[in-house]
Design a protein around this ligand. Structure first.
Ligand SMILES: CC(C)(COP(=O)(O)OP(=O)(O)OC[C@H]1O[C@@H](n2cnc3c(N)ncnc32)[C@H](O)[C@@H]1OP(=O)(O)O)[C@@H](O)C(=O)NCCC(=O)NCCS
Length: 156
């Protein structure tokens, strides 16, 4: 299956030790939760879980894990952009390519747990608050988006 591309952005699995290092470094720099995910963490290796690195030209700039479940949902996990490159469109490209990846794997919905700080970012990309999981976590907003059309629901 070809890797999704969008302009100069490319989303693909880390494949060398240096790429794995970049994958973990980017998310550990910006997400407290990521610190528990060492390279060997079992969640990274579950079938259907896809660790992916976002490239801008030749530089790794973001990371995400897409967990595909048996009912056609793509869980977007540990969404992260290099702190030096935030607010420049990388996050938007990361979501767009993640959704393309999910569609290519047969998913019809993307779901995620957003921190309060990130709710606005996901809302701009067409995600809506929706309780798709019955677990309640304080300070976390559950959000979801139908994956019918590549740009449906985006505010730009
Ligand atoms: C959240 C994150 C992935 C966004 O990436 P980014 O590269 O800064 O986002 P972009 O520059 O592509 O922004 C896309 C749009 O969302 C907006 N946006 C970005 N971060 C936002 C935020 N925290 N709140 C509200 N809007 C936000 C931007 O202003 C932009 O709006 P525009 O289309 O009107 O210009 C990034 O800031 C990050 O890694 N944060 C730390 C980790 C994190 O919080 N991850 C999500 C946990 S659920």
């Amino acid at each position: 299956m070809p890797h999704p591309r969008h302009g100069l952005f490319d989303l693909r699995p880390p494949s060398t030790p240096a790429e794995w290092e970049a994958y973990h470094r980017i998310r550990q720099d910006v997400l407290l939760e990521a610190k528990k995910y060492a390279v060997e963490h079992a969640d990274e290796l579950v079938p259907g879980h896809h660790p992916l690195l976002l490239w801008l030209d030749q530089k790794p700039v973001g990371s995400i894990r897409i967990d595909i479940d048996s009912v056609g949902r793509a869980g977007l996990r540990l969404v992260a952009v290099d702190p030096d490159l935030q607010k420049q469109g990388c996050g938007r490209a990361l979501l767009r390519l993640a959704e393309e990846f999910a569609r290519a794997h047969g998913c019809t919905r993307a779901v995620l747990y957003a921190t309060l700080d990130a709710v606005g970012f996901y809302a701009k990309a067409g995600y809506q608050e929706e309780d798709w999981d019955d677990v309640y976590v304080s300070g976390i907003v559950q959000m979801a988006k139908l994956l019918c059309d590549a740009t449906e629901g985006e505010t730009r």
